[in-house]
Design a protein around this ligand. Structure first.
Ligand SMILES: *[C@@H]1O[C@H](CO)[C@@H](O)[C@H](O)[C@H]1NC(C)=O
Ligand SMILES: *[C@@H]1O[C@H](CO)[C@@H](O)[C@H](O)[C@H]1NC(C)=O
Length: 398
Protein backbone atom coordinates (compact mmCIF):
# COMPACT_ATOMS: atom_id res chain seq x y z
CA UNK A 1 0.00 0.00 0.00
CA UNK A 2 2.75 2.43 0.94
CA UNK A 3 5.60 0.44 -0.55
CA UNK A 4 8.71 -0.40 1.39
CA UNK A 5 9.78 2.30 3.80
CA UNK A 6 12.92 3.26 1.93
CA UNK A 7 15.40 5.73 3.31
CA UNK A 8 14.54 4.89 6.89
CA UNK A 9 17.05 6.07 9.39
CA UNK A 10 18.87 2.94 10.53
CA UNK A 11 17.63 1.71 13.85
CA UNK A 12 20.97 2.27 15.43
CA UNK A 13 20.67 5.97 14.78
CA UNK A 14 17.33 6.03 16.50
CA UNK A 15 18.51 4.10 19.49
CA UNK A 16 21.56 6.28 19.84
CA UNK A 17 19.49 9.43 19.59
CA UNK A 18 16.94 8.12 21.99
CA UNK A 19 19.58 7.07 24.47
CA UNK A 20 21.28 10.44 24.19
CA UNK A 21 18.12 12.01 25.55
CA UNK A 22 17.89 14.38 22.63
CA UNK A 23 15.04 15.58 20.62
CA UNK A 24 15.14 14.89 16.95
CA UNK A 25 12.72 13.67 14.39
CA UNK A 26 14.44 12.87 11.20
CA UNK A 27 11.69 12.12 8.83
CA UNK A 28 8.96 13.56 6.74
CA UNK A 29 6.75 16.17 8.31
CA UNK A 30 9.38 17.44 10.68
CA UNK A 31 11.21 20.69 10.64
CA UNK A 32 14.06 22.53 12.26
CA UNK A 33 13.20 25.40 14.54
CA UNK A 34 15.08 27.89 12.38
CA UNK A 35 13.03 26.89 9.30
CA UNK A 36 9.73 27.72 10.90
CA UNK A 37 7.76 30.54 9.40
CA UNK A 38 7.95 33.69 11.46
CA UNK A 39 4.41 33.23 12.75
CA UNK A 40 5.26 29.93 14.27
CA UNK A 41 8.58 31.09 15.54
CA UNK A 42 6.91 33.89 17.41
CA UNK A 43 4.56 31.41 18.90
CA UNK A 44 7.49 29.32 19.96
CA UNK A 45 9.24 32.05 21.85
CA UNK A 46 6.05 32.65 23.79
CA UNK A 47 6.41 29.45 25.67
CA UNK A 48 10.21 29.06 25.45
CA UNK A 49 10.26 25.38 24.59
CA UNK A 50 12.46 23.23 26.68
CA UNK A 51 13.08 19.71 25.55
CA UNK A 52 12.15 17.40 28.35
CA UNK A 53 14.70 14.75 29.15
CA UNK A 54 14.16 11.44 27.55
CA UNK A 55 14.84 8.71 30.02
CA UNK A 56 13.90 5.39 28.50
CA UNK A 57 17.39 3.97 28.30
CA UNK A 58 16.24 0.40 28.40
CA UNK A 59 15.97 0.18 24.68
CA UNK A 60 19.42 -1.04 23.74
CA UNK A 61 20.04 -2.58 20.34
CA UNK A 62 18.74 -6.11 20.33
CA UNK A 63 21.94 -7.63 18.96
CA UNK A 64 23.77 -6.46 22.04
CA UNK A 65 21.68 -8.68 24.23
CA UNK A 66 23.45 -11.35 26.16
CA UNK A 67 21.04 -14.03 25.12
CA UNK A 68 23.63 -15.98 23.17
CA UNK A 69 24.54 -18.26 26.01
CA UNK A 70 21.11 -18.29 27.59
CA UNK A 71 19.93 -21.83 28.20
CA UNK A 72 16.84 -22.68 26.21
CA UNK A 73 13.47 -23.15 27.86
CA UNK A 74 11.29 -25.74 26.22
CA UNK A 75 7.81 -27.17 26.28
CA UNK A 76 8.20 -30.81 27.23
CA UNK A 77 4.75 -31.59 28.54
CA UNK A 78 2.31 -33.16 26.14
CA UNK A 79 -0.58 -31.88 28.22
CA UNK A 80 0.64 -28.30 27.93
CA UNK A 81 1.13 -28.74 24.19
CA UNK A 82 -2.48 -29.86 23.82
CA UNK A 83 -3.73 -26.95 25.87
CA UNK A 84 -1.82 -24.52 23.66
CA UNK A 85 -3.14 -26.04 20.48
CA UNK A 86 -6.71 -25.57 21.61
CA UNK A 87 -5.88 -21.91 22.13
CA UNK A 88 -4.07 -21.11 18.91
CA UNK A 89 -5.88 -23.24 16.37
CA UNK A 90 -8.75 -21.78 14.40
CA UNK A 91 -9.97 -25.12 13.17
CA UNK A 92 -12.93 -24.51 10.96
CA UNK A 93 -11.61 -21.66 8.91
CA UNK A 94 -8.26 -23.05 7.96
CA UNK A 95 -7.43 -26.61 8.97
CA UNK A 96 -4.02 -26.39 7.32
CA UNK A 97 -3.01 -23.22 9.15
CA UNK A 98 0.70 -22.49 8.88
CA UNK A 99 2.65 -22.21 12.12
CA UNK A 100 6.22 -21.04 12.54
CA UNK A 101 7.45 -22.53 15.76
CA UNK A 102 10.45 -20.80 17.33
CA UNK A 103 12.97 -23.06 19.00
CA UNK A 104 10.80 -26.17 19.34
CA UNK A 105 13.69 -28.10 20.93
CA UNK A 106 12.45 -31.61 21.70
CA UNK A 107 9.45 -30.99 19.43
CA UNK A 108 6.60 -31.86 21.78
CA UNK A 109 4.43 -28.96 20.58
CA UNK A 110 5.58 -29.56 16.99
CA UNK A 111 4.28 -33.09 17.05
CA UNK A 112 1.00 -32.07 18.62
CA UNK A 113 0.50 -29.33 16.00
CA UNK A 114 1.14 -31.79 13.18
CA UNK A 115 -1.24 -34.32 14.68
CA UNK A 116 -3.87 -31.61 14.79
CA UNK A 117 -3.46 -31.14 11.05
CA UNK A 118 -1.44 -27.92 10.95
CA UNK A 119 1.55 -27.19 8.74
CA UNK A 120 4.63 -26.39 10.76
CA UNK A 121 7.98 -24.78 10.08
CA UNK A 122 10.32 -25.53 12.95
CA UNK A 123 12.85 -22.73 13.32
CA UNK A 124 15.48 -24.19 15.62
CA UNK A 125 18.55 -22.23 16.68
CA UNK A 126 20.23 -25.05 18.55
CA UNK A 127 21.88 -27.51 16.19
CA UNK A 128 21.66 -30.28 18.77
CA UNK A 129 17.92 -30.59 18.19
CA UNK A 130 18.00 -30.60 14.38
CA UNK A 131 18.53 -34.37 13.80
CA UNK A 132 15.74 -35.10 16.26
CA UNK A 133 13.36 -32.72 14.48
CA UNK A 134 14.37 -34.15 11.11
CA UNK A 135 13.44 -37.60 12.31
CA UNK A 136 10.08 -36.25 13.40
CA UNK A 137 9.66 -35.02 9.85
CA UNK A 138 10.35 -38.48 8.49
CA UNK A 139 7.72 -39.96 10.77
CA UNK A 140 5.10 -37.26 10.45
CA UNK A 141 5.21 -36.51 6.74
CA UNK A 142 5.66 -33.46 4.63
CA UNK A 143 3.70 -30.97 6.67
CA UNK A 144 6.84 -30.23 8.69
CA UNK A 145 9.87 -28.26 7.57
CA UNK A 146 12.92 -27.92 9.75
CA UNK A 147 15.18 -24.87 9.42
CA UNK A 148 18.33 -24.13 11.39
CA UNK A 149 17.47 -20.54 12.23
CA UNK A 150 17.23 -18.15 15.16
CA UNK A 151 13.89 -16.39 14.78
CA UNK A 152 14.72 -13.88 17.47
CA UNK A 153 17.80 -12.66 15.61
CA UNK A 154 16.27 -12.61 12.16
CA UNK A 155 16.86 -9.60 9.90
CA UNK A 156 19.95 -8.11 11.49
CA UNK A 157 20.79 -4.56 10.46
CA UNK A 158 23.88 -5.70 8.63
CA UNK A 159 22.49 -8.25 6.24
CA UNK A 160 25.93 -9.43 5.16
CA UNK A 161 26.22 -11.25 8.46
CA UNK A 162 22.95 -13.06 7.87
CA UNK A 163 23.77 -16.68 7.54
CA UNK A 164 22.31 -19.54 9.54
CA UNK A 165 21.26 -19.50 12.26
CA UNK A 166 20.74 -15.77 11.66
CA UNK A 167 18.52 -15.27 8.66
CA UNK A 168 16.98 -12.60 6.50
CA UNK A 169 13.22 -13.14 6.43
CA UNK A 170 13.05 -12.44 2.69
CA UNK A 171 15.27 -15.41 1.91
CA UNK A 172 13.72 -17.68 4.45
CA UNK A 173 10.13 -16.88 3.45
CA UNK A 174 10.97 -17.29 -0.22
CA UNK A 175 12.43 -20.72 0.47
CA UNK A 176 9.31 -21.61 2.42
CA UNK A 177 7.03 -20.36 -0.34
CA UNK A 178 5.31 -17.83 1.94
CA UNK A 179 3.69 -14.95 0.07
CA UNK A 180 2.85 -11.51 1.33
CA UNK A 181 -0.82 -10.64 1.78
CA UNK A 182 -2.25 -7.16 2.20
CA UNK A 183 -2.52 -5.66 5.67
CA UNK A 184 -6.29 -5.77 5.69
CA UNK A 185 -6.41 -9.40 4.61
CA UNK A 186 -6.46 -12.23 7.14
CA UNK A 187 -3.60 -13.62 9.22
CA UNK A 188 -0.98 -15.08 6.83
CA UNK A 189 0.71 -17.18 9.48
CA UNK A 190 1.00 -17.68 13.18
CA UNK A 191 4.20 -17.72 15.15
CA UNK A 192 4.45 -19.61 18.38
CA UNK A 193 7.28 -19.70 20.89
CA UNK A 194 8.82 -18.54 24.14
CA UNK A 195 10.54 -15.16 24.26
CA UNK A 196 14.13 -15.62 25.48
CA UNK A 197 13.98 -14.44 29.05
CA UNK A 198 16.98 -12.13 29.14
CA UNK A 199 16.27 -10.33 25.89
CA UNK A 200 12.48 -10.16 26.04
CA UNK A 201 12.42 -6.43 26.10
CA UNK A 202 14.88 -5.90 23.27
CA UNK A 203 13.02 -8.37 21.11
CA UNK A 204 9.70 -6.67 21.84
CA UNK A 205 11.17 -3.35 20.72
CA UNK A 206 12.62 -4.85 17.56
CA UNK A 207 9.27 -6.42 16.71
CA UNK A 208 7.56 -3.07 17.26
CA UNK A 209 9.82 -1.35 14.74
CA UNK A 210 9.24 -4.18 12.26
CA UNK A 211 5.50 -4.04 12.78
CA UNK A 212 5.02 -0.30 12.37
CA UNK A 213 7.34 -0.16 9.35
CA UNK A 214 5.82 -3.30 7.75
CA UNK A 215 9.27 -4.82 7.42
CA UNK A 216 10.74 -8.20 8.32
CA UNK A 217 7.97 -10.69 9.12
CA UNK A 218 5.32 -7.94 8.94
CA UNK A 219 6.09 -7.40 5.28
CA UNK A 220 3.97 -10.53 4.80
CA UNK A 221 0.91 -9.10 6.49
CA UNK A 222 -0.60 -9.19 9.94
CA UNK A 223 1.48 -12.00 11.36
CA UNK A 224 0.07 -13.21 14.66
CA UNK A 225 2.42 -13.82 17.56
CA UNK A 226 1.58 -16.40 20.21
CA UNK A 227 4.31 -16.11 22.78
CA UNK A 228 5.16 -16.98 26.33
CA UNK A 229 6.46 -13.93 28.15
CA UNK A 230 7.38 -13.37 31.78
CA UNK A 231 4.77 -12.14 34.20
CA UNK A 232 6.57 -8.82 34.63
CA UNK A 233 6.79 -8.19 30.92
CA UNK A 234 3.13 -9.05 30.56
CA UNK A 235 2.28 -6.47 33.21
CA UNK A 236 4.34 -3.89 31.36
CA UNK A 237 2.87 -4.68 27.96
CA UNK A 238 -0.72 -4.45 29.08
CA UNK A 239 -0.41 -1.57 31.53
CA UNK A 240 -2.46 1.60 31.21
CA UNK A 241 -3.48 4.62 33.29
CA UNK A 242 -5.03 2.25 35.83
CA UNK A 243 -1.67 0.64 36.64
CA UNK A 244 0.64 3.61 36.16
CA UNK A 245 3.67 1.95 37.75
CA UNK A 246 4.05 -0.35 34.78
CA UNK A 247 2.76 2.02 32.12
CA UNK A 248 5.37 3.05 29.55
CA UNK A 249 6.03 3.73 25.86
CA UNK A 250 6.27 0.01 25.16
CA UNK A 251 2.75 -0.51 26.55
CA UNK A 252 1.29 2.25 24.39
CA UNK A 253 2.97 1.19 21.17
CA UNK A 254 2.02 -2.47 21.53
CA UNK A 255 -1.55 -1.78 22.52
CA UNK A 256 -2.05 0.67 19.67
CA UNK A 257 -0.60 -1.84 17.18
CA UNK A 258 -2.14 -5.06 18.40
CA UNK A 259 -4.99 -6.69 20.12
CA UNK A 260 -3.03 -8.21 23.03
CA UNK A 261 -4.90 -11.15 24.51
CA UNK A 262 -3.94 -13.32 27.44
CA UNK A 263 -4.58 -16.94 26.47
CA UNK A 264 -3.08 -18.94 29.30
CA UNK A 265 -0.92 -18.80 32.42
CA UNK A 266 1.54 -21.61 33.08
CA UNK A 267 3.84 -22.06 36.07
CA UNK A 268 7.44 -21.59 35.19
CA UNK A 269 8.24 -25.04 36.55
CA UNK A 270 6.33 -26.72 33.70
CA UNK A 271 9.14 -25.93 31.29
CA UNK A 272 12.42 -27.75 30.97
CA UNK A 273 15.73 -26.07 30.50
CA UNK A 274 18.51 -27.33 28.30
CA UNK A 275 21.93 -25.76 28.05
CA UNK A 276 22.50 -24.00 24.72
CA UNK A 277 24.34 -26.29 22.30
CA UNK A 278 24.73 -28.81 25.04
CA UNK A 279 23.77 -32.44 25.09
CA UNK A 280 20.14 -33.36 25.17
CA UNK A 281 20.24 -33.39 28.87
CA UNK A 282 18.26 -31.25 31.22
CA UNK A 283 20.04 -28.70 33.28
CA UNK A 284 20.01 -29.80 36.90
CA UNK A 285 20.25 -26.43 38.58
CA UNK A 286 18.23 -23.37 37.77
CA UNK A 287 19.99 -20.26 36.56
CA UNK A 288 20.27 -17.84 39.46
CA UNK A 289 18.97 -15.06 37.20
CA UNK A 290 15.75 -16.86 36.42
CA UNK A 291 12.72 -15.89 38.44
CA UNK A 292 11.92 -19.22 39.97
CA UNK A 293 8.53 -18.24 41.29
CA UNK A 294 7.20 -16.61 38.16
CA UNK A 295 4.49 -17.79 35.90
CA UNK A 296 4.80 -17.53 32.16
CA UNK A 297 2.01 -15.74 30.31
CA UNK A 298 0.96 -17.06 26.93
CA UNK A 299 -0.23 -14.06 24.96
CA UNK A 300 -1.57 -13.51 21.48
CA UNK A 301 -0.63 -10.34 19.66
CA UNK A 302 -2.72 -9.79 16.57
CA UNK A 303 -1.90 -6.65 14.58
CA UNK A 304 -4.93 -4.43 14.15
CA UNK A 305 -6.45 -4.08 10.69
CA UNK A 306 -7.03 -0.42 11.49
CA UNK A 307 -3.53 0.36 12.72
CA UNK A 308 -2.56 2.38 9.67
CA UNK A 309 -4.54 5.43 8.66
CA UNK A 310 -4.07 8.50 6.49
CA UNK A 311 -2.12 10.06 9.32
CA UNK A 312 -0.19 7.14 10.76
CA UNK A 313 1.70 5.16 8.15
CA UNK A 314 4.70 2.83 7.87
CA UNK A 315 6.59 5.86 6.61
CA UNK A 316 5.98 8.29 9.47
CA UNK A 317 5.54 5.87 12.36
CA UNK A 318 8.90 6.87 13.82
CA UNK A 319 7.55 10.35 14.55
CA UNK A 320 4.73 8.68 16.48
CA UNK A 321 7.31 6.56 18.36
CA UNK A 322 9.25 9.66 19.15
CA UNK A 323 6.19 11.48 20.42
CA UNK A 324 5.22 8.64 22.74
CA UNK A 325 8.73 8.09 24.06
CA UNK A 326 9.14 11.77 24.63
CA UNK A 327 5.93 11.94 26.65
CA UNK A 328 7.06 9.04 28.82
CA UNK A 329 10.42 10.72 29.36
CA UNK A 330 8.56 12.65 32.05
CA UNK A 331 5.47 10.63 32.69
CA UNK A 332 4.07 12.89 35.38
CA UNK A 333 4.52 16.07 33.38
CA UNK A 334 1.56 17.76 31.76
CA UNK A 335 0.96 16.78 28.18
CA UNK A 336 0.74 20.45 27.25
CA UNK A 337 4.38 20.90 28.22
CA UNK A 338 5.45 17.91 26.18
CA UNK A 339 3.54 19.20 23.19
CA UNK A 340 5.24 22.56 23.42
CA UNK A 341 8.59 20.98 22.87
CA UNK A 342 7.36 18.49 20.28
CA UNK A 343 5.30 20.56 17.91
CA UNK A 344 4.58 24.16 16.91
CA UNK A 345 0.82 23.54 16.94
CA UNK A 346 -1.45 25.11 19.52
CA UNK A 347 -1.22 22.48 22.25
CA UNK A 348 -4.33 23.56 24.14
CA UNK A 349 -6.40 23.55 21.00
CA UNK A 350 -5.18 20.05 20.14
CA UNK A 351 -6.09 18.80 23.60
CA UNK A 352 -9.55 20.29 23.29
CA UNK A 353 -9.95 18.50 19.97
CA UNK A 354 -9.20 15.15 21.57
CA UNK A 355 -11.42 16.08 24.51
CA UNK A 356 -8.70 16.15 27.10
CA UNK A 357 -8.36 18.57 29.95
CA UNK A 358 -5.39 20.90 29.65
CA UNK A 359 -3.96 19.51 32.88
CA UNK A 360 -3.88 15.96 31.55
CA UNK A 361 -0.60 14.15 32.19
CA UNK A 362 1.14 11.47 30.17
CA UNK A 363 0.08 8.74 32.56
CA UNK A 364 -3.59 9.73 32.31
CA UNK A 365 -3.70 9.04 28.58
CA UNK A 366 -4.88 5.67 27.30
CA UNK A 367 -2.89 4.12 24.43
CA UNK A 368 -5.62 5.00 21.93
CA UNK A 369 -5.48 8.63 23.12
CA UNK A 370 -1.84 8.84 21.99
CA UNK A 371 -2.82 7.71 18.51
CA UNK A 372 -5.67 10.26 18.49
CA UNK A 373 -3.27 12.94 19.62
CA UNK A 374 -0.76 12.11 16.90
CA UNK A 375 -3.42 12.03 14.22
CA UNK A 376 -4.93 15.28 15.36
CA UNK A 377 -1.56 17.00 15.15
CA UNK A 378 -0.95 15.48 11.72
CA UNK A 379 -4.31 16.87 10.62
CA UNK A 380 -3.85 20.38 11.97
CA UNK A 381 -4.07 22.53 8.91
CA UNK A 382 -2.56 25.76 10.09
CA UNK A 383 0.95 24.49 10.19
CA UNK A 384 3.10 23.41 7.26
CA UNK A 385 5.42 21.69 9.69
CA UNK A 386 3.84 19.70 12.42
CA UNK A 387 6.89 18.60 14.36
CA UNK A 388 9.99 20.24 15.69
CA UNK A 389 13.40 18.82 15.88
CA UNK A 390 16.78 19.74 17.18
CA UNK A 391 18.79 21.00 14.24
CA UNK A 392 22.24 19.94 15.43
CA UNK A 393 21.14 16.41 15.88
CA UNK A 394 19.34 16.34 12.61
CA UNK A 395 22.46 17.49 10.81
CA UNK A 396 24.69 14.98 12.47
CA UNK A 397 22.30 12.11 11.96
CA UNK A 398 21.66 12.69 8.27
C1 LIG B 1 28.76 -5.85 7.89
O1 LIG B 1 29.43 -7.06 8.23
C2 LIG B 1 30.59 -7.32 7.49
C3 LIG B 1 31.11 -8.71 7.86
O2 LIG B 1 31.10 -8.90 9.25
C4 LIG B 1 31.61 -6.22 7.76
O3 LIG B 1 32.78 -6.44 6.98
C5 LIG B 1 31.01 -4.88 7.36
O4 LIG B 1 31.89 -3.84 7.66
C6 LIG B 1 29.69 -4.65 8.09
N1 LIG B 1 29.04 -3.45 7.59
C7 LIG B 1 28.52 -2.55 8.38
C8 LIG B 1 27.90 -1.38 7.71
O5 LIG B 1 28.52 -2.66 9.60
C1 LIG C 1 8.74 -3.27 33.47
O1 LIG C 1 8.79 -1.87 33.54
C2 LIG C 1 9.57 -1.36 34.57
C3 LIG C 1 9.36 0.12 34.61
O2 LIG C 1 9.68 0.71 33.38
C4 LIG C 1 11.01 -1.76 34.35
O3 LIG C 1 11.84 -1.26 35.37
C5 LIG C 1 11.10 -3.26 34.31
O4 LIG C 1 12.41 -3.67 34.01
C6 LIG C 1 10.14 -3.82 33.28
N1 LIG C 1 10.11 -5.27 33.41
C7 LIG C 1 10.48 -6.07 32.42
C8 LIG C 1 10.42 -7.50 32.71
O5 LIG C 1 10.85 -5.64 31.34
Amino acid sequence: MWGPATGLAPRLTWSVLAAAGRFSTLRSGTTKRKDLPARNRRGLSDFSPQPLPYTDLEESPWWMSKCRSEPGRYITSRKLAETLIKLVRTKRKNPEQLFLECNPGPGILTRALLEAGAKVVALESDKTFIPHLESLRENMGRRLKVVYCDFFKMDPDNCTIAKPPVYVSNELFKDLGIRAVSWKAGIPLKIVGILPFRSERNILWKLLYDLYSCTSIYKYGRVELNMFVSEKEYQNLTAGPKNPNFYQALSVLWQVACDVKLLHVEPWSSFDIYPQNGQLEKLKHREPLEPIQQNLYFIQMTPRKTLFTEQLTPVNYDVFFHMVKHCFGKRNAKLVDHLHSLSPVDAKHILRQIRKNENVKTINMYPRNFKQLFQTIQCSEDYAHKWLCNENLEDSAM
